[in-house]
Write a protein that binds this ligand. Structure first.
Ligand code: ZN
Length: 302
């Protein structure tokens, strides 16, 4: 097993050196600094998570700030009790410490409902009964370059103009955020550099609430980061487009967005991102063979 780990780390052609980017990220720390760790119990934490969390911790410490632990467990189908139980243990084993939390998204429904109500009162969300298949069919193929890209919603259910909603609860239907095509979104990222997106070209009306009764990822994260006074979000570079959507929610809710720091993903020798197939790099298994996270990252830099 340990050979699988080492072998993986040595065959690191597409591997971004930890030391290079984490040093580069020491600039532009927002003060006061409040960061967060936001793991999801949909599997065991792996080295890629640990690397991003260590960066978040390093930045919080460098700024003399605080770190909040928030467990993102809204997805009832994918989150499992055994992963939830393993999470805190694995984080602690990886050397992570936090100042506040853990907070669980599954226990914060009121926070999300209040955000939904504010958007509904402004007419910025509307119900949409299209299935994912409907959207795919109407929108054509998603961006090929992005694995998990959502197709751009073609506006099938979007009202001609934004008007306040009378519904008292979002449950039972999907709700989309009413975007304005052509609106530019630009932000500076501490690691990824300047970013620019255009509404309608990079994404369209995205889900804010899901028919199964939970907020969509973007709304939950923005509601929480705002409520927890987070001043910098450190996460994987695969979420840049998501960040652009979240900035629209901050604008709509009248809350200043945090600073952003999107870290490179841990990739395999084939250049593809670390996923379930690379289970050898779960923190659980590394601990079982007596390999520390710092050791694993050091092997990668050799
Ligand atoms: Zn629809």
């Amino acid at each position: 097993m340990i050979y699988r780990v080492v072998e993986f780390l040595r065959a690191r052609r597409a591997f971004v050196m930890f030391s290079d980017w984490h040093l580069a990220a020491n600039f532009s720390l927002p003060l006061p600094y409040r960061g967060r760790l936001a793991p999801s119990p949909t599997g065991f934490l792996h080295l890629g998570h640990a690397r991003t969390f260590l960066l978040a911790q390093e930045r919080a410490r460098a700024a003399g700030g605080k770190l909040v632990l928030r467990v993102e467990d809204l997805d009832r189908e994918r989150c499992r009790p055994e992963f939830r139980a393993a999470l805190l243990e694995d984080l602690a084993w990886a050397g992570m410490a936090w100042d506040e939390g853990p907070f669980y998204q599954s226990e914060r429904r009121d926070v999300y409902l209040s955000a939904w109500r504010r958007l509904a009162a402004m007419g910025l969300v509307y119900p949409c009964d299209c299935t994912r298949r409907d959207v795919l069919r109407a929108a054509g193929a998603p961006h090929a370059e992005e694995e998990a890209a959502e197709p751009i919603y073609p506006g099938t259910c979007r009202p001609a103009e934004a008007r306040p909603r009378e519904e008292s609860s979002p449950d039972g239907r999907n709700w989309r955020f009413h975007t304005s095509a052509g609106e530019p979104i630009a932000f500076d990222d501490a690691l990824a550099g300047p970013q620019a997106f255009t509404v309608g070209r990079d994404f369209g009306d995205f889900l804010a609430w899901r028919r199964d009764g939970v907020p969509a990822y973007e709304l939950a994260v923005v509601s929480d980061d705002a409520a927890m006074d987070i001043t910098e979000v450190v996460r994987g570079v695969d979420l840049l487009r998501s960040t652009a959507r979240q900035i629209l929610l901050y604008r709509a809710l009248g809350h200043p967005p945090p600073a952003w720091c999107h870290a490179p993903l841990l990739t395999g020798p084939d250049g593809r991102r670390l996923a379930k197939r690379a289970g050898a790099l779960s923190l659980r298994e590394m601990r079982a063979v007596g390999m520390m996270v710092t050791e694993a990252l050091a092997v990668a830099e050799r």
